[in-house]
Design a protein around this ligand. Structure first.
Ligand code: ADP
Length: 711
């Protein structure tokens, strides 16, 4: 009997090993999570093993077969889980039923209880999570087999006790040990499989990583402790222009680092090697073979050998040249946008100030003019103030128009012969009489004319040269409290050309070096935000004009000492005779009996024209818009029409076209407020005989009327 037990046990043990093979070579090979077919097949295999185990039993007592199905099924439950174990239980249970005999009930009960306990153990105490798998296996072995001993109560009463006595000791000694051995074997297999899988994964990720390093757009390199290059990826080779042979064993710092930052980077490298982690991430300039400099952001890591000793540095670099450029540009645009925003506010405040101040005087003093008992002196004084304020407003508008013409490159110059001495003297004389200088008696305005000046006549736009000079002199007065302002000129002869250099030097407040760059920019002022007369346009207009005339403008300045502004104009000598005949005075037009039609939608403008023309004894009529004008023309043709171009219903150009169509013909003078570049030409080509721009000056109007009537 003993022999049969040992042989049976050995046979059973061998079969049990088959279970571990199934686990290692079939179950663990398949992917997680296992698919259902896999589980069913596994269930059948385990079932077969269970059947084989049952077919090779040892006989404990005659009629009582005894095998290790409880071990197979409980271990199956623990390692393979529900479905495979349930199938195995079904197969083994069926076979046990078919076999019949006294022990059939107990046999089936053992199948059910051991499989179920294995499955419950798998569910509630999985080995993967236990700290002590040996204890766990022994515990499960005991539980399964104590329950199995309990199943002897399902045997016929006659051999129940006998059986229990016979199997109790071997069941509680051999079976838990068998469970432990099989379980340990399978658990080790599981661990081995897990380790293998982890190693495979590691290898795979290593492979992927090195592939990535080789092929990525990032630069990567490995250097040894001396900084010699051991590895370079393709991207680094591509960008640097070197071949791998040219780089291998070369010192990284000699090849890639610009001379001026080499020392600093070597220090950083040494710090990194001695454990300073902050030295591992940095941005540095990188030199390619053809000398191009790139800005690269490096992230490095220390490499260590098996003993944990640092053996080199591996670095990954990203080319951030473009990013940095974009960032710098963005920052620049941001600063510019903020500055424009600030400038816009300053500009608006400044403009508002520049418009409101003269408007204030105009409105205030026009009101006072209406007062009764006003003395003649006061009246003249008020009118002067109104006139000068109006001129100031007009100057602002002219400046804005000039500036827009300069910016649109539409400012045209009228070249004619100019007399330098006359130009300078006239300008200085008018300043000496100006309110601007009279308010500052402590300033002396001096004109220094070289002897040769009288002979200097040149071809340029005298009006524009005068405008620049006036701007500079008025600035010199505005930005000085006392002292001297020197105005003068000289001819500078270079090898290839001659220029007239005109200067305006003051002893005023000066301009600080950091503001010197901006004063030629439009609307810019040194004391931005602080109100003072001027819109910040004078110098930018002057620069535009001087450059248009082919010259240069510049200055030197020192705070609290003074400024010296210079500009040059090409010295082009003309052969033309200068017209020295004195300018004729204003001849009043003879409008007696003449019918003058004023087409003007703005009533005040009409009133002004009516007033001055009526004095010349003309017969005046008024049309508020183009349509009324045409109707009036049909009724009676006037001798002269003063035609406002910008009128409602039908504008001046439409009226001119309609008159042409209807064959209506008379002398027409166009009057506009636009003063835009091609406007005059457009008016003349549309049928006007003359042109005058608003605001209309009496003298200018009379001159044009005389001219037109004499045609
Ligand atoms: P503004 O109408 O403000 O005078 P400009 O364009 O003529 O405008 O001048 C720009 C700025 O340059 C002035 O606001 C002033 O701050 C400075 N500036 C110009 N000329 C002088 C000068 N002679 N002395 C000191 N500052 C000057």
């Amino acid at each position: 009997m003993k022999d049969s037990i040992i042989v049976g046990l050995l046979q059973n043990t061998a079969i049990l090993l088959a279970l571990s093979y199934v686990y290692e070579f079939w179950w663990n090979r398949n992917d997680e999570p296992k698919n259902i077919l896999n589980k069913i097949i596994t269930g059948f295999i385990i079932g077969l093993i269970g059947i084989v185990v049952m077919l090779t039993p040892w006989i404990l007592v005659p009629g009582l077969v005894f095998d290790t199905r409880s071990v197979v099924l409980s271990v199956s439950g623990l390692f393979f889980g529900k479905l495979p174990t349930a199938i195995a239980m079904l197969l083994t249970g069926l076979i046990r039923l078919v076999k019949g005999g006294d022990g059939v009930l107990m046999g089936v009960a053992v199948v059910i209880t051991s499989g179920a306990i294995g499955m419950l153990w798998h569910r509630f105490r999985p080995l993967k999570q236990s700290k002590n798998y040996v204890a766990e296996l022994i515990a499960m072995g005991f539980v399964v087999h104590i329950v199995m001993l309990g199943c002897t109560f399902l045997l016929p009463v006659s051999n129940r006790l006998e059986t229990l006595k016979t199997i109790a000791v071997p069941t509680l000694i051999i079976y838990p040990v068998a469970t432990l051995l099989l379980g340990t074997l399978m658990f080790r297999q599981f661990q081995n499989w897990q380790n293998r899988r982890a190693a495979d994964k590691l290898r795979e990720s290593e492979r992927r990583f090195s592939e990535l390093l080789k092929n990525t757009f990032l630069y990567s390199a490995i250097v040894n402790m001396e900084g010699k290059i051991i590895f370079c990826n393709k991207s680094l080779l591509d960008v640097s222009g070197y071949t791998l042979n040219e780089l291998t064993e070369k010192n990284l710092f000699d090849v890639f680092v610009p001379l001026e930052s080499r020392e600093q980077l070597i220090l950083l490298f040494r710090n990194a090697l001695s454990g300073d982690e902050s030295a591992l991430n940095f941005e540095a300039e990188f030199l390619t073979k053809n000398g191009t400099r790139l800005l690269v952001s490096f992230n490095c890591t220390l490499l260590k050998d098996e003993d944990g000793k640092i053996s080199g540095v591996a670095g990954i670099g990203e080319n951030i040249t473009k990013r940095r450029q974009t960032e710098a540009e963005l920052l620049k645009s941001k600063i510019k946008a903020e500055e424009s925003d600030k400038l816009k506010s300053i500009f608006l405040a400044n403009m508002s100030h520049e418009i409101r101040t003269p408007m204030n005087s105009i409105m205030g003093f026009s009101g006072l003019l209406g007062e009764k008992d006003l003395s003649e002196d006061s009246r003249i004084q008020y009118i002067d103030i109104i006139k000068s304020s109006s001129n100031r407003l007009l100057q602002l508008i002219n400046d804005i128009i000039d500036l827009s013409k300069i910016e649109a490159k539409q400012l045209s110059v009228n070249l004619s012969e100019c007399n330098l001495s006359e130009l300078l003297s006239n300008s200085i004389e008018s300043f000496r009489k100006s309110e601007l200088l009279l308010k500052k008696p402590e300033i002396k305005l001096v004109l220094n004319l070289p002897e040769e000046i009288d002979k200097i006549k040149f071809l340029s736009d005298g009006v524009r040269v005068q405008q620049v000079l006036d701007n500079l002199v008025s600035n010199a007065i505005k930005y000085s409290r006392r002292g001297r302002i020197d105005v003068g000129c000289q001819i500078i002869r270079n090898n290839d050309n001659e220029v007239i250099e005109i200067y305006v030097k003051d002893t005023g407040i000066g301009i600080s070096p950091e503001m010197q760059e901006i004063v030629f920019e439009r609307f810019r002022q040194v004391e931005e935000g602080r109100y003072h007369e001027g819109a910040g346009l004078g110098l930018s207009i002057s620069k535009g004009i001087v450059e248009l005339l082919g010259g240069k403008i510049w200055f030197t300045s020192e705070v609290n000492t003074g400024s010296a502004f210079y500009f040059t104009i090409p010295y082009i000598i003309t052969k033309e005779k200068i017209d020295n005949t004195p300018k004729s005075g204003v001849f009043l037009p003879n409008l007696k009996g003449k019918k003058v039609l004023i087409a003007e939608d703005d009533y005040n403008s009409y009133r002004f024209l009516e007033l001055i023309i009526k004095r010349q004894h003309a017969e005046i009529s008024h049309a508020e818009n183009g349509e009324i004008l045409l109707n009036m023309l049909e009724a009676r043709m006037p001798d002269l029409i003063l035609l406002d171009i910008n009128m409602p219903v039908m504008n001046g150009f439409e009226v001119l076209a309609e008159m042409k169509r209807r064959g209506l013909n008379t002398k027409i003078i166009a009057q506009t407020a636009y003063a835009m570049p091609d406007e005059k030409e457009r008016c003349l080509s549309s049928g006007c005989y003359g042109y005058i721009s608003k605001p209309i000056k009496k003298e200018e109007l009379f001159r044009v009327i005389n001219e037109v009537l004499s045609i």
